[in-house]
Design a protein around this ligand. Structure first.
Ligand code: SAH
Length: 353
């Protein structure tokens, strides 16, 4: 067993099963603090790592909004969970020719992992780092991007038992870690439509994610700005156990080897939009629809025209992976949030008034 596994097993032996949320938080803190999960020999890959066009288009999307909002200066340009810093590096390069944008934007990276901070500093040396969004000064409009950040935050799971809804807990015995149900009735936390779901059904809540969304919403409402949240998940509340472990690009058992695999859960975009209700929500659109509307096809061909034939093929394959319905195109979704007086973001439908 891993040292973290031994510690969690000892704690469970002493005080009883722990909520899935606590188990997930402990595993994630260990996992992200001890490796670069996106690097060579890593566990998973993400849209910005697949192709430079992703960060470029996100950058131009933000810069276009900033121009149409009247070029406010200064602005706080923030990324949550920047991974290797690839998205921000591509975004920054792509916006270099937007007059005034670089001079107006101060760069803030919200990242808890020391090893990933070091990776980010190589690609975005002029940034400032923070452990949490609420440490970023809130004195100016906010331009925020978060790709595959919310799926990496701990979730609560409730499980339907014969007696009603209970916290899903993690227990441990000689065979290892396994899930069981807590004792406290928690039916009040479940939407009425799911009250009588079949025994064994799982409903998920994301208190850490909704707290961050609420902070984004209140900053946008107070100072203006825009946020783009891209992640995989569903547009509204759904039943299902989406807790998933990935190791070396393959699914793994979330209860085996605590802290050694990436743990994620699907994002409920409606819950994020509700938590950020002091801002205006747009979408979610599918990632495929967003990138297509922003011109990923033309941008890819422009790059391919200047590349060797084998590189051109890689560029086209990367784009197909980002937008394809059989790849990331429809599972991944993009939710935009804007402050009250800011214009409707590119690619998102104008709101009926
Ligand atoms: N956005 C990047 C990386 C996604 S992986 C990309 O698309 O490639 C998740 C990122 O969130 C990592 O950088 C991880 O270290 C960071 N992270 C996870 N939990 C966090 C937390 N609670 N606070 C800040 N950063 C966190």
């Amino acid at each position: 067993m891993t040292p973290l596994g031994r510690r969690l097993a000892r704690e469970i032996a002493a005080t009883g099963p722990m909520p899935v949320a606590r188990y997930m938080a402990e595993c994630l803190a260990h996992y992200y603090a001890t490796r670069d999960p996106l690097g060579r020999g890593g566990d998973f890959t993400t849209a910005p790592e697949i192709g430079q066009v992703f960060g470029e288009l996100v950058g131009l999307w933000l810069a276009d909004l900033w121009l149409r909002a009247g070029e406010p200066a200064p602005v706080r340009l923030v990324e949550l969970g920047p991974g290797r810093g690839t998205l921000m590096a591509d975004l920054w390069r792509a916006t270099a020719r937007v007059p005034g944008f670089h001079a107006a934007a101060s760069l803030h990276l919200v990242e808890t992992s020391p090893s990933l901070r070091a990776e980010q500093a190589r690609r975005v040396p002029h940034a400032r780092w923070h452990d949490r969004l609420d440490e970023v000064p809130d004195d100016a409009p906010l331009l925020l991007v978060a790709n595959e950040f919310f799926d990496a935050l701990p979730i609560r799971q409730l499980v339907r038992t014969g007696a009603g809804w209970r916290e899903r807990m993690v227990a441990h015995d000689a065979r290892g870690f396994f899930a069981c149900a807590g004792a406290t009735p928690l039916d009040v936390l479940v939407p009425p439509a799911f009250a009588d779901a079949a025994e064994g059904s799982v409903f998920e809540l994301a208190p850490a994610g909704t707290a961050v969304a609420a902070e984004i919403g209140s900053r946008l409402a107070a100072r203006g700005g825009a946020a783009l949240i891209v992640d995989y998940g569903h547009a509204g509340p759904a039943l299902g156990d989406t807790l998933q472990a990935v190791k070396a690009h393959a699914f793994a058992d979330p209860f085996a080897g605590p802290g050694e695999a990436d743990l994620t859960a699907h994002v409920d975009f409606a819950a994020l939009a509700r938590a950020a209700a002091s801002a205006v929500a747009h979408g979610p659109l599918t990632q495929g629809a967003l990138l297509t509307a922003l011109g990923i096809g033309a941008r890819t061909e422009a790059l391919a025209a200047r590349a060797r034939p084998d590189q051109a093929e890689l560029l086209r394959a990367g784009t197909a992976r980002l937008v394809g319905d059989d790849a990331m195109g429809s599972l991944f979704k993009a939710l935009a949030l804007t402050g009250g007086a800011w214009p409707t973001p590119a690619a998102f439908p104008a709101r009926a008034s």
